[in-house]
Every structure is written in structure tokens, then in C-alpha cells.
Design a protein around this ligand. Structure first.
Ligand code: BGC
Length: 314
């Protein structure tokens, strides 16, 4: 069992909106090298890269990955290494598994087998996040049944790679508490934290009714207590399992009131660190972003909530 997460995991940013897009347009991250340099320079230690392999592979066995797409992901790994950043590769939007499609579990295993083969020699600063936010058909029980098979697809190829496992229920706290951890020596547990949801997702275009939540603030004593209790129970669960814990996603949609956004981000980050958890904020430059991709600047207050100023390198 890993007694603590690898040092490179520490502080991270999710790279949303690039390889996880559902429109299946050719993924292009032409600024990848420049942006990873910025991220490393700002003091982050890794990036979590959500990849929708699901939409870039053949439907039938052996579910061959689309080579051109995979080569784009290769570039990110190469560039991250140059800029001193570790990489968490997440299996994002595997929609068929969540919809309970026939054969979806076997396809998921087939995809992981290829990804594991592809990056077997990638060095130790690459980890795999087996399935982003299991939900829908993947109830806690079904996910607990499928998880060992998915892990074993990776393990047949790469026995020692650090692998992240989250719970059902979108990797929230209740899902984590229901997770049956497979017997394996290189696992890190992962939690996604977006509470209170009506605060973090206010105005998010894909959340029906979220327009009515706009204006919700965060920062009362009750809010802070809740945060402490939530992260505290996740950390105690992980300790009981003998696993290190990683908060693989937390963040706020851009419509949230700016002061509350910064306060929440700082508190979640600081509380995670106080409890000895690694983390990755959602995200770099989408509508949750810490960085403005049009103006090419960091949203300074959000960045400093994550990487306190005195520690920032640039
Ligand atoms: C999803 C994103 C979403 C984010 C915040 C991620 O897991 O993949 O599409 O924006 O969570 O809800």
C-alpha cells in the first residue's frame, strides 16, 4: 500500500475542455507547451488531463485507439515532463458505461489496456484515474464490481503505476464512503468536491435551473464547518483504508460572486493541505478557469488562493 501520495501529485490543475470534449472535433492543444510552462512556473506540480478515449476508439474489440488523437495526448506528456509537471490521465466521459450499454465494461478495460501499454515507459510522474465520476447505471455496487476488472486491465500491463480510484455518485463523498477498495499496492483514493453544489455550479449552462442559484455566496461559519466536516470525513475514511487521498476536482463556475469564489477556493485548498491531501483544481481555462485564455492572464486572486503569493515562482 502507498502510505502517502507521490510528491509530484501535490498541487495540480485540471486541463478541461481539450481532450474531454464530446463534440469529437479533432483535439488540438496548440499552446500546450507554452501553457504547461506557465502552469509549472506558477508553482503547480502536476496537471490532471481528462481524456475522452471513449469517443476516439473503435466500437468493437480490440477497440483500437485513434492514433492521431493519442499522439496529441503524447505531446502533453512529453511537454509536461520538460516543464517539471506530473500528469494524471483521467478516463473522462465514458458515457456508454454510465448508460449501462452492453459490452461497455469490456470496452473500458480494452481502452485501459491500450493506454497502459502506450505509456508503460512514461516514467513515474504519470498516474491513471480509472473512471471520472462514475454515475447513472454505475451504482455503488455495480462500480465496486467493475472496478477490480478495470484495474486488472491496467495491472496486466503495468503492475506498479500509481492508479487513482474514486467512488460512484460522481466521486462525491457518499460515493467515496461506499467504495470497496481493491487489494493493490499503488492506489490513491480520489474525491471530487463541489459543495455546496448550488454555489459552485450557479449559472452553469448544463445544470437545469442553475440560473436561479446565481448570486449564492459562500463563507458563513456554517459553510466553513461543513467544509471541514466533509473533507475531514473523507480524510478519515482514507486513513482507515490506509490510502492517501487526492481531491481530484474542486472549483467554481465563473458566474459565482468573485469574492466568494476566491474564499471558497482558498479554504478548500488550505483545508485539503491541512489534512495532508493532494489536489487538482477544476480547472485551467474553461468557464471554471483560473486562467483567462483570451486575455492570456491568470485570474490573480484565484491563482493566489491556490498557490499563496509568497510561494509563487513567477
Ligand atoms: C466534468 C466537466 C465539468 C466539471 C465541473 C468535470 O468532471 O467533466 O464537464 O465542467 O466536472 O462540473
Amino acid at each position: 500500500m502507498l502510505s502517502e501520495w507521490p510528491g509530484w501529485l501535490g498541487r495540480g490543475l485540471n486541463i478541461g475542455g481539450v481532450f474531454d470534449r464530446r463534440d469529437d472535433g479533432a483535439a488540438r492543444w496548440t499552446e500546450c507547451d507554452q501553457e504547461l510552462r506557465l502552469i509549472g512556473g506558477a508553482g503547480f506540480t502536476h496537471v490532471r488531463v481528462p481524456v475522452r478515449w471513449w469517443g476516439h476508439a473503435e466500437q468493437h474489440w480490440p477497440y483500437a485507439l485513434e492514433e492521431a488523437f493519442a499522439e496529441e495526448v503524447d505531446l502533453v506528456l512529453d511537454s509536461a515532463r520538460i516543464h517539471g509537471l506530473g500528469v494524471v490521465l483521467s478516463m473522462h466521459h465514458a458515457d456508454g458505461v454510465m448508460a449501462g450499454e452492453a459490452g461497455a465494461g469490456s470496452r473500458l478495460c480494452g481502452l485501459w489496456k491500450q493506454v497502459a501499454r502506450r505509456y508503460r515507459s512514461a516514467g513515474v510522474t504519470v498516474a491513471y484515474d480509472l473512471l471520472n465520476e462514475p454515475r447513472g447505471d454505475l451504482t455503488i455496487d455495480r462500480w465496486n464490481q467493475l472496478l477490480p476488472m478495470v484495474l486488472s486491465a491496467v495491472r496486466k500491463v503495468d503492475p506498479d503505476r500509481v492508479v487513482l480510484v474514486g467512488g460512484a455518485d460522481m466521486s462525491t463523498l457518499p460515493g467515496l464512503l461506499g467504495l470497496k477498495v481493491p487489494d493493490d499496492n499503488h492506489l490513491v483514493a480520489t474525491l471530487h468536491y463541489y459543495e455546496p453544489f448550488r454555489f459552485t455550479h450557479q449559472g452553469a449552462w448544463w445544470e437545469q435551473g442553475s440560473g436561479e442559484w446565481v448570486g449564492t455566496r459562500w463563507g458563513s461559519g456554517g459553510h466553513q464547518r461543513q467544509l471541514g466536516e466533509d473533507l475531514g470525513s473523507a480524510a478519515s475514511w482514507a486513513e482507515r483504508q490506509g490510502l492517501p487521498l487526492y481531491v481530484g476536482e474542486f472549483g467554481t463556475y465563473g458566474a459565482a460572486p468573485p469574492v466568494s469564489r476566491v474564499t471558497w477556493t482558498r479554504r478548500v485548498r488550505a483545508e485539503a493541505e491541512r489534512l495532508g491531501l493532494a489536489w487538482a483544481c477544476w480547472d485551467f481555462s474553461t468557464d471554471f478557469g483560473v486562467y483567462d485564455p483570451r486575455g492570456h492572464y491568470w485570474r490573480r486572486n484565484l491563482l493566489e488562493a491556490l498557490i499563496p503569493r509568497l510561494e509563487s515562482v513567477d
